[in-house]
Design a protein around this ligand. Structure first.
Ligand SMILES: *Cc1c(COP(=O)(O)O)cnc(C)c1O
Length: 457
């Protein structure tokens, strides 16, 4: 059989509604052309993020009823800990309220002012937490990631040659740690090969550095390794996940993605008991007692179940097939996208789509506005608008790629929804010459894209 149906059926539905074009125009204007300011009721299909927007299973909902809400030593925590030890092979597991909570706790212990954190490409909150601790985020993703038309199996890989050069040049003392984001969200949900993780581990060992994973989409990454990397076709996703995590000293994870829950996160530490003790002590003032970490007992229970569900290969096949389905439709219409499709999203190359709009008028943001006006669909800019200003000079930084990200929530939309999204973008593509840019009229210093006000040029 060629058709690959989802390994689940729908038990409950949530109505969505498309408001008329004239209302969409008014809503976007009162949102100051920032799609984060739109009310979800005014959005028809919401591809803003795949974070915390997935549908839980019947088993997860049943688990919600079994959550143990004890302040300390919750039964649900021990179930989560056991699950994580089995899946990731790390000894110490600490829940947090979401991924950035993990970043806050761990980075505050490991980054000295002026030290660099080198990675393939840091996520926006990760970069922000590095900068809040007076560190410097350095992105060394492979060159191929920036050529969206070029097919490459592992565009999330870190350039190990440049990594070695930089460690030698700066000296290991100037580097806090290495952080590999799997999959690499910022360049298109692109996977990192196991060989690349291993090489990075060897470099870390040579220079006495720690290696962490930012593991929000660990299962999608493992699935791509199984499909694309030589020698892994016969291994199970569970085995591949174990091999990935065996290379790391620890991990930070937003569980709102591959954890298949609406809220939650994790810190994992492979074996360093001293580091774990420091994390535990820092947890109490920042996130909460280390057996609940800012979550309810029921959240811990749902997460333990979600982590087991996400490594199911028939789920991962259906998931990535849906993302590829949208990418294929867009490619047929001539819409330029990051090739190949990522694990969680299709990244439209807005710089190529709207070549008449200069980077300082944010083509990705302009396209996000158009897509909402056209069809009530919400995507998000991942480019210079999100990158923001240099924390030292205050100058606008320019991203090598200007993307509109269409992130697909897990187990939520059907392929019909995807076909509608493709048609809408196709319509805009045909009249692309008439699309104008946007400019910022009000902004905050850190993570401005969430709150900034804009206007159309
Ligand atoms: C979402 C995400 C984070 C931050 O996690 P939150 O749960 O949103 O706080 C960090 N890194 C990556 C790669 C992410 O995708």
């Amino acid at each position: 059989m060629k058709a690959k149906p989802e390994p689940y059926k729908i038990k409950m539905v949530e109505p969505i509604r498309l408001i008329p074009r004239s209302q969409r125009e008014a809503r976007l204007q009162s949102a100051h052309y920032n799609i984060f300011n739109l009310k979800s009721d005014d959005v028809f299909i919401d591809l803003l993020t795949d974070s915390g927007t997935g549908a839980m299973s019947d088993s997860q909902w049943a688990g919600i009823m079994l959550g143990d809400e004890s302040y300390a030593g919750s039964r649900s925590f021990y179930r989560l800990e056991q699950t994580c030890r089995e899946i990731f092979g790390h000894e110490y597991i600490v829940p947090v309220h979401q991924g950035r909570g993990a970043e806050n706790v761990l980075f505050s212990l490991l980054i000295e002012p002026g030290q660099a954190v080198i990675g393939n490409y840091h996520f926006d909150t990760t970069q922000a937490h590095i900068e809040l601790k007076k560190g410097l985020g350095v992105n060394l993703v492979v060159e191929e990631a920036f050529d969206t038309a070029r097919e490459h199996d592992f565009k999330g890989n870190i350039d190990t040659g440049r990594l070695a050069d930089m460690i030698q040049r700066e000296g290991a003392g100037r580097i806090a740690f290495i952080l590999l984001t799997v999959t690499c969200n910022s360049v298109g949900g692109q996977p990192v090969a196991l060989e690349n993780i291993r090489q990075t581990r060897r470099l870390a060992d040579r220079y006495g550095l720690r290696l962490f994973l930012d593991a929000a989409r660990f299962a999608e990454n493992a699935w791509f390794i199984k499909l694309r990397e030589e020698g892994y076709a016969a291994k199970s996703v569970t085995e591949i996940v174990r091999e990935m995590f065996a290379c790391a000293d620890g991990f930070v994870m937003s569980a709102k993605k591959d954890g298949l829950v609406n809220i939650g996160g994790l810190i994992g530490i492979k074996s360093d008991r001293d580091l774990y003790n420091r994390v535990r002590a820092r947890m109490v003032p920042l996130e909460g007692f280390p057996t609940y970490g800012g979550l309810a007992g029921r959240d811990l229970e749902a997460l333990a179940r979600g982590l087991r569900e996400v490594v199911d290969e028939s789920y991962l096949e259906a998931r990535t097939t849906q993302v590829a389905f949208l990418a294929g439709k867009l490619a047929e219409l001539g819409v330029p996208i990051q090739q190949p499709a990522g694990g969680h999203a299709v990244f439209v190359d807005a710089g190529k789509f709207l070549p008449q709009i200069p980077p300082h008028q944010f083509p990705g943001q302009a396209l996000a506005c158009q897509l909402y006006l056209e069809a009530g669909i919400r995507g998000v800019e991942v480019g210079s608008f999100m990158l923001g200003r240099d924390p030292i000079t205050g100058q606008q930084r320019f991203s090598p790629l200007e993307f509109l990200r269409l992130a697909i929530p897990r187990r939520v939309y059907t392929d019909n929804h995807m076909a509608y999204v493709a048609e809408a973008l196709g319509n805009i593509y045909r009249r692309r010459d008439s699309v104008r840019g946007v400019r910022i009229v009000e902004e905050e210093a850190v993570l401005r894209h969430f709150t900034a006000r804009l206007e159309m040029v």
